[in-house]
Design a protein around this ligand. Structure first.
Ligand code: SF4
Length: 650
């Protein structure tokens, strides 16, 4: 059953992109009660979904994990329940996987349990801050997506070639909020969305929000950034039949914004008018190019069908209801003006604290400067590099108190202050996340979980905007999960003596798994090429295998990803030239910035690969070419002048 559902889901927007997909977000009732979920699905099954309007493709249900940070039925249990009661039919089941209640190991176990139960489509989230418990947040959404990608890649790499196409792997989505009303929070949302896509998100679901201009803004941002990813609009039935409008208006559900005007309007309306607004929103998302909608707050199947029927009736005429779908904050930032031109982002000045941090860091912690080496030598002489003894403890005590005073440091021991432009995202954030922000900031940029705080993501954005190239750096940088073994140790000493995330191998690592002479890889490559035109872009298990090889070597720390397809040159050298170009383009696409090493005994292949590497408007790192022959070196060396390359001679 799950395989059918996944096929349908992928068909809907993963691989074939036809139909406008619809999900229903179903939550349990009070006291861990499955009744609302059962009632909805039973009603759907009664007439086998024949009442769904033809323009809509009802593909699955989504299952939130303790929404609002309040304990509720675990999605894995909801799945077990709907399967045991034969309620799911051909619908897909998409659990929310969040980082709030489990550490990394707990999440790995949960993911494997889901996989064993046939669940593959998931929504990867940071999660709401628990109301009554301590949040974990060892990972956040980006780290979680990265973990899922690694699990997928490991499964693909270890699979037998003939099973790759049917291998169960996760199809993970991520959340994004275009409903932020200051520049800092909004741009951070878009930056984080891009990081989620790089880390493996295959689809996006928006936060709830009632501003069509913002929904359009998201679609335009994705288009401008050339990010081709399905977007599912989150349509929540905002109605006084539940306390949700008041809770959202009063910032009791962080991340959900209901303006004073919208709240007043909703309170003055009938339930039919609430349903009408939700139907207009569905029609709007369909019309602006979203792949589907996730409908929440509707547990009555009859109401669900009415919504869809009314949305079908409205069709592309949603524009006449623009006023009913536009409830921004009083002071609202939009990235584009009414003509669709991008507004200029703010240029800010460094604060005193930011300048002091930069000076201090450059003076004693930048390996390019003497201070770093002096400090390192002195600490070594005092024996502080051993991680124990009086000097180590004295340094650690001093560091802890100074960093607590200056940065709200919480002693993670694996410090990311430089990456975060001088801000601590552990102590400075209510969730303590590796990659801030979450989506909980208010319209003014305060933390939705503690209104006395400015969201740490906003503060980082401002600091980045004050540095030359800072925003582009912020847009790209992904902080790895911290090393838990370093907690409460002296982070500066960990950094000086190469024990933290900045540790680099003194050797240059060239990863060589994309090599046609490796029997399994060669077999899969041959099968991939036999798929004909577009083999390097059409979804296939074989392409997933090559992608998994490239990605896994990159995340494991390779300095170069080597490609060698000489094996195919024995029959046709011209074919090998073309192949090398395609593989180099694949490395550029999947290596997360790690440069290629073009490896061939043929100069034609080397040159073709080299030119392809630079055949992009993106900035790319200098590649390596291997193996230039001594007797052809004169032909190759001029290329070094034309293009920036590294070369090895054999
Ligand atoms: S400080 Fe910002 S990132 Fe941290 S929990 Fe609050 S809203 Fe989320």
């Amino acid at each position: 059953m799950a395989a059918v559902a996944k096929k349908r889901f992928n068909k809907a927007f993963g691989k074939e992109k036809n139909g406008f997909v619809v999900f229903a977000e179903l939550t349990g009732g009070p006291n861990f009660n499955y009744a609302p979920i059962k009632k909805f699905l039973a009603a759907h099954n009664q007439n086998s979904g024949k009442d769904i309007p033809v323009d809509f493709n009802f593909v699955g249900i989504t299952s939130p994990q303790s929404p609002g940070g309040v304990a509720n039925i675990e999605p894995a249990d909801v799945h077990r329940f709907v399967i045991a009661n034969n309620l799911l039919g051909e619908l897909d089941f998409i659990p929310h996987i969040s980082c709030k209640d489990s550490n990394k190991d707990g999440i790995i176990s949960l993911l494997n349990a889901h996989k064993a139960a046939g669940v593959e489509s998931i929504l990867a989230l940071t999660g709401d801050k628990p109301v009554e418990s301590k949040g974990v947040f060892e990972l956040e959404s980006v780290g979680l997506l990265d973990l899922i990608s690694r699990m997928n890649n490991d499964a693909i790499i270890n699979a037998k070639p003939q099973t790759i196409d049917s291998l169960p792997t996760f199809f993970a989505g991520a959340a994004v909020s275009p409903f932020k009303y200051n520049e800092e929070s909004q741009m951070q949302q878009y930056f984080k969305m891009e990081k989620k896509i790089v880390s493996g998100a295959k689809f996006l679901i928006t936060q709830v929000g009632w501003d069509w201009k913002k929904s359009v803004e998201l679609m335009k941002y994705l288009k401008d950034a050339q990010l081709d990813i399905p977007v599912i609009g989150n349509v929540y039935l905002l109605s006084t039949i539940t306390p949700a409008p008041r809770l959202m208006h009063d910032i009791k559900l962080p991340g959900c914004f209901v303006s004073d005007e919208l709240f007043e309007k909703v309170c003055s309306e009938s339930v039919d008018q609430h349903i009408e607004r939700a139907a207009q929103q569905i029609a709007m998302y369909k019309s602006i190019g979203a792949a589907g909608v996730d409908i929440g707050g509707v547990h009555d199947y009859g109401m669900f069908i009415s919504l869809l029927k009314r949305a079908a009736e409205i069709g592309d005429n949603w524009q006449q209801f623009k006023d009913n779908l536009c409830w921004p904050a009083k002071e609202a930032f939009y990235l584009y003006d009414d003509a669709g031109n991008r507004n200029k982002l703010s240029k800010l000045k460094k604060t005193f604290g930011h300048s002091v941090f930069n000076c201090f860091h450059a003076a004693i912690l930048d390996p390019q400067h003497k201070g770093f080496h002096c400090l390192k030598k002195s600490m070594k002489l005092l024996g502080a590099d051993k991680g124990k003894g009086f000097c180590y403890k004295a340094f650690n005590t001093f560091e802890k108190s100074a960093k607590y005073l200056m940065f709200d440091c919480e002693e993670c021991g694996d410090c990311f202050l430089p990456e975060n432009f001088g801000f601590c995202t552990i102590g400075g954030c209510e969730k303590g996340m590796d990659n801030a922000p979450c989506g909980d900031s208010t319209a003014e940029g305060k933390c939705g979980n503690n209104l006395d705080r400015i969201c740490i993501g906003d503060r980082i954005y401002r600091a980045a905007a004050a540095e030359k190239g800072g925003l582009e750096k912020l847009r790209r940088i992904i902080n790895k999960p911290r090393n838990p073994a370093l907690e409460h140790t002296a982070s500066i000493l960990n950094y000086l003596f190469g024990k933290d995330h900045t540790l680099k191998s003194p050797l240059i690592g060239i990863a060589e798994l994309v090599h046609a002479s490796i029997p399994k890889t060669g077999e899969i490559m041959a099968k991939l090429h036999s798929l004909g035109d577009g083999w390097d872009s059409k979804p296939s298990g074989e392409l997933d295998y090559i992608k998994a090889l490239i990605e896994s070597q990159a995340v494991d720390g390779a300095d170069y990803i080597a490609v060698n397809i000489d094996q195919f040159g024995e029959t046709s050298p011209a074919f090998t030239v073309e192949l090398m170009k395609r593989y180099v383009a694949l490395v550029r696409k999947f290596s997360r910035g790690v440069p290629v090493c073009i490896d061939s005994s043929s100069n034609d292949v080397l040159i073709a690969g080299l030119k392809e590497w630079y055949n992009t408007t993106e900035k790319v790192a200098p590649p390596l070419i291997n193996s230039i022959k001594v007797y052809t070196i004169e032909n190759m060396m001029p290329l070094k002048k034309q293009l920036t390359i590294n070369s090895s001679v054999c």
